[in-house]
Design a protein around this ligand. Structure first.
Ligand code: NIG
Ligand code: FE
Length: 412
């Protein structure tokens, strides 16, 4: 291999990685492997060695006194969207609940109005900004969803924005169809008709155009309930989609059980998950994708039972849930802080959750999420002396560089 393809990150004070497995659970989730004073060698965007020996290369990045970790993975965002809802946020601060605002036609439907009114280019520009902000906090692999179009044309518009981001950005982006995110206002009182539209028109079109790999659904009391969820996910699986579910977020409806039944890649939120459903999801190999920034932003005191899930051996990932209503943050680091301080996760569990387990949740853990030979050089360099600064020095972004497949995609 030519020398011109070779890069070295030199003099790394602390190189931190999850274990070399598809995901980290139990004792593996509690630990990280740490190498001190090493050089990391990259060829053609791939990690080839971690060594204490001098290494030649044409490009050298100096990491003296700094920390290198795998770049973070955010497996649940609601990009692309447009418009903001700070007025609703203010109402929530004054005591209105998220579901009350939704019932009045605000909430998701308010963003639906903005997305429907936006041109493709406007939506793309907004999504691009959101993605770049996320990258600046250390993310280099991300999931995005539709769900703010809620009609064929606008769901497709959102998915095409995701496709364009996949083409234009040097990051891994996975695409999810979330047509069953809410019942659009024009279908209020006619939920069955909307479900027919999702099943008979939207799902086949999305499949035919190859615009999404996964289908997600907001399984919630007063939105899509258990039978609706079964219907939609059965149709999705028949078409060959893999599925995930926003389950048991606000009311314990039992969506978590459906995660196991439908062999979902992941269950999302899971705040009110029942004990017996934790076991079922573990047996089915589902990832528990927890979104504590949403709980925090909704000003609830009740978080997903992360400790219970971890202690029983569940695969825990963490995400921002980035959206303009229930979790308006681009910072996966904020999520890490909340997970430690409000869900009792250790710093090591949190880092495993936002690296290898996030990657596994997007079925990418063979390529990214840890620092091992043969994997993509997807890395962050922290301007800090210890990886624990990520949580300890809360609210401060110490990311100095984000590297994807060996290329610098963000630099302070
Ligand atoms: O994951 N709960 C449903 N969907 C989003 C919120 C979307 C919105 O409020 O715009 C969530 O929290
Ligand atoms: Fe969500």
């Amino acid at each position: 291999m030519g020398l011109q393809m070779r890069k070295v990150i030199k003099n790394i004070k602390q190189l931190v990685t999850p274990v070399n497995k598809k995901y980290a659970v139990k004792d593996d989730a509690k630990k990280l492997d740490i190498y001190e004073n090493v050089n990391l060698i990259i060829e053609n965007g791939i990690i080839v060695d971690i060594t204490t020996k001098e290494a030649e290369a044409n490009e050298v990045i100096d990491a003296t006194g700094k920390v290198v970790l795998p770049a973070f993975v955010d497996p649940h965002t609601h990009i692309p969207f447009i418009g903001s809802r700070e007025d609703e946020f203010n109402k929530r601060i004054m005591g209105k609940t998220y579901m009350e605002i939704a019932a009045e036609g605000g909430g998701i439907n308010s963003t639906v109005r903005s997305v429907r009114n936006a041109t493709f280019d406007e939506l793309y520009e907004a999504a691009k900004k959101d993605l770049e902000l996320m990258i600046s906090f250390g993310v280099a692999t991300v999931e995005m969803k539709s769900g703010y179009g809620l009609d064929l044309e606008n769901e497709i518009k959102q998915l095409k924005v995701i496709r364009k981001l996949q083409e234009e950005y040097h990051v891994d982006i996975k695409s999810t169809f979330l047509g069953a995110h809410e019942i659009p206002l024009e279908y209020r009182g006619k939920k069955e008709e909307y479900i027919d539209l999702v099943i008979n028109k939207m799902l086949p079109t999305v499949k035919e155009k190859g615009l999404a790999e996964y289908v997600d659904i907001f399984c919630e009391k007063g939105v899509f309930e258990i039978d609706d969820t079964k219907k939609i996910l059965t149709a999705a699986k028949d078409l060959g989609f893999k599925v995930k579910i926003h389950a048991d977020e606000i009311y314990p409806l039992g969506g978590s059980e459906l995660c196991a039944e439908f062999e979902a890649v992941s269950g999302e939120h899971l705040v009110k998950i029942k004990d017996e459903h934790i076991e079922k999801m573990i047996d089915a190999g589902c990832v528990f994708n927890l979104l504590p920034a949403t709980t925090f932003f909704l000003m609830s005191k009740e978080y997903a039972p992360a400790r219970k899930i971890l202690d029983r051996g569940g695969i825990v990932a963490l995400s921002t849930d980035l959206n303009p209503g229930s979790s308006y943050t681009h910072s996966i680091q904020m999520v890490m802080v909340i997970a430690c301080l409000n869900m009792g996760m250790t710093m090591e569990e949190v880092i495993n959750a936002v690296t290898i387990n996030g990657a596994h949740s997007l079925e990418l853990s063979d390529k990214t999420g840890s620092i091992h030979r043969g994997k993509q050089a997807d890395l962050v360099i922290l301007d800090a002396p210890d990886y624990r600064y990520l949580v300890y020095n809360f609210g401060v972004n110490r990311i100095e560089k984000v590297i994807k497949k060996g290329e610098i995609i963000f630099q302070k």
